[in-house]
Design a protein around this ligand. Structure first.
Ligand code: BGC
Length: 371
């Protein structure tokens, strides 16, 4: 009996030593998200935290209220705490250079999450969607829905653009993808832009603000459409801006047609607008998959590997390994790019099939806890 008790004691001691060793070994990941005020980042933060924790890592998750100084401080604190890996979705892609130099000095690898971080050689990798393709999908949707044909200039349409935050490196890619796709029709006079606002700078929306997009669209409608000019398309780069634009159309547009309104993300309010006919489509990006790709990449980096195209084999989501498109000013940042796709009223069930959304009557709700 004594023998059994002492054997059990030795076993318990060995087990507790193992657990302690494991706990000491557990690495911690610092995750810096821009803001809770734009819906998608709540989902990104939740999925990243959930997936890294499930894989046995410690997680420190911070949100910085769309405030650049705060994000620098928050990341500085994560570095001081000694996290082993940083995952950063930048508020302003140009403003993290010094802070990330500190991360590099401390030997902490950094993954730029969704938004490329500029002018720093501290970034090892970039995980995002094919941002240019997001805009291409929006432009192509307009071409297909209106049935535009370069050989038929008899029917013309009016379009206005709303783009994103100039501080976000993605915003130019979204606008460029859409504008380049539609340019042949603009040049042929099939698509006209009554406001004359044809450049990214003229249609950008700081902080991706819904209120600013609303005001800008109200001004455009007042200045160029109050005489009965028909608006056929409001091409919006994402859902937060589409929300404001759709509101301006509801309240301030005199015409009787419902213009096509594009978006991106699949935010809940926009999915409701799609059901209600106030928004026509959204380009959906499965951010649970984006978190999953980041996890596989993070695991490989923390294991001391130098991931390349071979990582694609371990991913459950479709992605491309890109070593050409994203130069952050210090050179090309190797990128894993996921694939966006179009959602309309007719394909909302596709979102429910992902398990990330559920029907609530006629509308969709997110199954993520924080949204
Ligand atoms: C993201 C978009 C999002 C926008 C505003 C961009 O960087 O890629 O998905 O709509 O930020 O949050």
């Amino acid at each position: 009996m004594k023998k059994i008790v002492s054997m059990l004691l030795i076993l318990a001691l060995a087990l507790s030593l193992c657990v302690t060793a494991f706990a000491e070994d557990a690495k911690t990941v610092g995750i810096a998200m821009p803001t809770r005020s734009l819906e998608r980042w709540n989902r990104d933060g939740e999925y990243l935290e959930e997936q890294f924790k499930a894989a046995g890592y410690g997680v420190e998750l911070v949100y910085s209220d769309n405030d650049i100084t705060q994000q620098n401080n928050d990341i500085g604190n994560l570095i001081a705490e000694g996290v082993d890996l940083l995952i950063v979705a930048a508020i302003d892609g140009e403003s993290l250079t010094q802070t990330l130099a500190d991360a590099k000095d401390a030997g902490i690898p950094v993954i730029a999450y969704d938004r490329l971080i500029m002018n720093t050689d501290a970034i090892s990798y970039y995980v995002s969607f094919d941002n240019y393709q997001v805009g291409v999908l929006q432009g192509q949707f307009v071409i297909d829905t209106l049935g535009l044909d370069l050989n038929d200039t008899s029917k013309t349409y009016n379009i206005e653009f709303t783009a994103g935050d100039p501080a976000d490196n993605n915003a130019g890619f979204f606008f460029g993808g859409a504008f380049d796709t539609l340019k042949p029709y603009i040049d042929a006079g099939i698509l006209n832009i009554p406001s004359g606002k044809t450049t990214f700078e003229q249609v950008a929306t700081p902080a991706w603000s819904t209120d600013t997009a609303l005001e800008n669209m109200q001004n455009t409608l007042a200045s160029f459409y109050s005489d009965g000019t028909v608006l056929d398309v409001a091409l919006c780069s994402n859902d937060s801006t589409a929300l404001g634009v759709a509101q301006a159309i509801s309240s301030d547009y005199a015409g009787s047609n419902q213009p096509l309104v594009t978006g991106q993300d699949g935010d809940i309010a926009n999915l409701q607008n799609i059901v209600d006919g106030k928004q026509t489509m959204t380009v959906y990006k499965n951010v649970s998959d984006e978190a999953g790709v980041t996890l596989e990449l993070g695991k490989a980096i923390l294991a001391g590997e130098t991931p390349d195209a071979g990582l694609l084999d371990s991913l459950s989501a479709e992605a491309a390994y890109d070593t050409e498109s994203y130069d952050n000013g210090t050179g090309i940042i190797p990128s894993y790019l996921l694939v966006p796709f179009v959602i309309t009223k007719d394909s909302l069930q596709t979102l429910v099939d992902t398990g990330l959304y559920a029907w609530d009557g006629d509308y969709l709700v997110s199954t993520a806890a924080t949204t």
